[in-house]
Design a protein around this ligand. Sequence first.
Ligand code: SAH
Length: 401
Amino acid sequence: MICHHDHARQAAVDRHQLLRPHVSCRIGHDRPADGHPPRCDQPFGGTPGGDTHDGEVLGETHLPATIDIVDLHSIEQTLAELGEPRYRAGQVWRWTAQGAPDYASMTDLPARLRDLLAEQVPFSTLSVADEAVARDGTIKALFRTHDGRPVEAVLMRYRDGRRSLCLSSQSGCPLTCAFCATGGMRFGRNLTASEILDQALHFRRLEPVDHAVFMGMGEPLINLDNVLAACRRLPEIGISNRRTAVSTVGWIPGIERLRDDPMPVRLALSLHAADPALRSELMPVNDRYPLDEVIAACRSYYERKRRMVFVEYVMLAGVNDSHIQAVQLTELLEPRMFKVNLIPYNPTDSPYRGSSPKAIEAFRAELERRGISATVRLTRGREIEAACGQLAARARAASAV
Ligand code: SAH
């Protein structure tokens, strides 16, 4: 927060602070794999368009891939129109990335310019529609885009000080996983890079953040251009690429592109069943990208990146949580390449029920016994319906009444 009583001195202090990583959360140590920090004179680079190739494959060409009316590019454009020097955009971005609450607080910008920006460029591409705080400190936000699309993001606070964001890559989801609240929603559209970053910035304005997972709404690998453009800027917000994970249903073209991209972003695979028929039942996308090909793509990711792939496995009572299914899972995965995260199911309107803690523990023990490293994910924010798509679904239900 900035005090206004002594602008000149305060500005100097703030500038100094902006140049250093925030010590308390040890951010900013990792660089993109190419070793070059992002250039500050082009702070908003990235592809505004969505990954239309993948969209075309899905047969959604009638939907706009992205709508990029108000976003970070507008700041660059507005500054250029005002005849401001190029470095101004870098200044605005640095303030924003460090959690500045508005243009007014950017004290090394001329006051006239701050006023003009406030008039002409919305500070965020998202407005907050709802926010819920759980007893464990988890905060879930429901945003709306300028065209009224719902977007969810969650801040998870851990005892060890980690502050992890769960980000959305799409409004709604084109895939229809049977147990997922987002899967039951209508697909809206890909989010722009700015709309993804603005989720992170919303929480960065509350406190420093250091981890991110693309496990909110949507399939990030169907919107990979914008997800990667956002990942390129996340380190400046405090989240290194190594501390960023992209979670996929197994969208093979996206896994291959992520493998070939120089950023050291982690891959997480939503597996949920080692048996192809059961997986197709839970995740119809399995018919399109069959399990063995998905696992082969993950292996090639591992070989290239030398980073373990995290396998997510939602524990559904009587569906995928038996002893034999644990054994099947160990037969599918190589211990050196894959690590399993067992996810307690967050109940939704679906007919599925979560496995009991005892069943989850037995499953985990069997994986470990057979050499597969497995953890049970901490349940965060259950009472605020922090699972994928749940807040938006609730808002929709409420507005339908
Ligand atoms: N489309 C991507 C990312 C979004 S979902 C993917 O599927 O990986 C992120 C994770 O949350 C996935 O593993 C998904 O299966 C899981 N998930 C969805 N609904 C859930 C629920 N109700 N409870 C627990 N996990 C859920």
